[in-house]
Design a protein around this ligand. Structure first.
Ligand code: HEC
Ligand code: HEC
Length: 177
């Protein structure tokens, strides 16, 4: 074999190894075990995305414990002043998904933080009522919550510009005027 051919094979082998490496590295959002406190594992679930993201953000399951999701899904006909009821099969499907990824499912680091100081005897109906949420937002000026551009604390996306993609870090947050 001549020198060129050998070198050629060497290059090809290196490229091959590199692309294998690239494929074996996790790309984009990691499915389980999120990267940090504020980056949610990227989750997809057809019914959840269709039914729970029409009026507001599809709130990350890891932000409430299973008991909370059970309460919420059990009262969709009286959901914060709205009728968000679903057929029983869809309701059960979504609840299963929420429970599997809930704060106390052990599936995310954010979930473990959310569980710190959680009172499971009184599972909250709102993320915004959890101690975790209040603690994370103690620097937000009181008046900001009721600003017209925000509306309510539940309107995460008003400040967290990439909340839809599961990003709640300080790089993507801005309180609107
Ligand atoms: C018909 C509209 C509608 C649909 C559909 C809907 N919601 Fe809501 N949801 C609301 C409203 C209104 C609020 C109260 C928002 C506020 O306080 O500003 C709310 C609030 C919430 C909150 C509390 C937010 C917080 O921390 O304050 C959770 C959790 C929630 N919804 C979950 C769900 C889930 C899960 C589904 C899908 C099964 C769903 N919602 C579908 C209208 C809806
Ligand atoms: C009025 C604006 C506003 C709204 C609405 C809001 N947040 Fe925040 N959020 C902030 C600010 C400001 C911070 C602090 C950022 C920092 O200090 O890094 C923050 C911090 C956070 C953090 C912690 C990020 C970190 O780096 O530790 C999480 C998670 C979070 N918010 C989730 C939510 C969720 C979920 C909702 C809706 C239920 C929400 N926020 C609604 C402004 C808001």
């Amino acid at each position: 074999m001549n020198n060129y051919l050998l070198r050629g094979i060497g290059v090809l082998a290196t490229v091959g190894a590199l692309s294998l490496l690239a494929f074996s590295l996790p790309s984009g959002g990691e499915a389980r075990g999120d990267g940090g406190d504020d980056r949610m594992p990227r989750l997809t679930h057809a019914a959840w995305q269709q039914e729970c993201a029409s009026c507001h953000l599809a709130y990350p399951p890891a932000m409430l414990p299973r008991a909370s999701w059970r309460r919420i899904m059990g009262g969709l006909d009286r959901h914060f002043g709205e009728d968000a009821s679903l057929d029983p099969a869809t309701q059960a499907d979504i609840l299963g998904f929420l429970e599997a990824n809930a704060a106390d499912s052990g599936n995310s680091r954010m979930g473990s933080r959310v569980m710190q100081g959680m009172d499971l005897h009184h599972p909250p109906l709102r993320i915004t009522e959890t101690r975790w949420f209040v603690r994370k937002h103690d620097e937000v000026p009181h008046a900001a919550w009721s600003r017209k551009s925000v509306g309510s604390a539940a309107n995460c996306a008003a400040c967290h510009r990439q909340a839809d993609a599961g990003a709640f870090d300080d790089d993507t947050v801005r309180i609107p005027k």
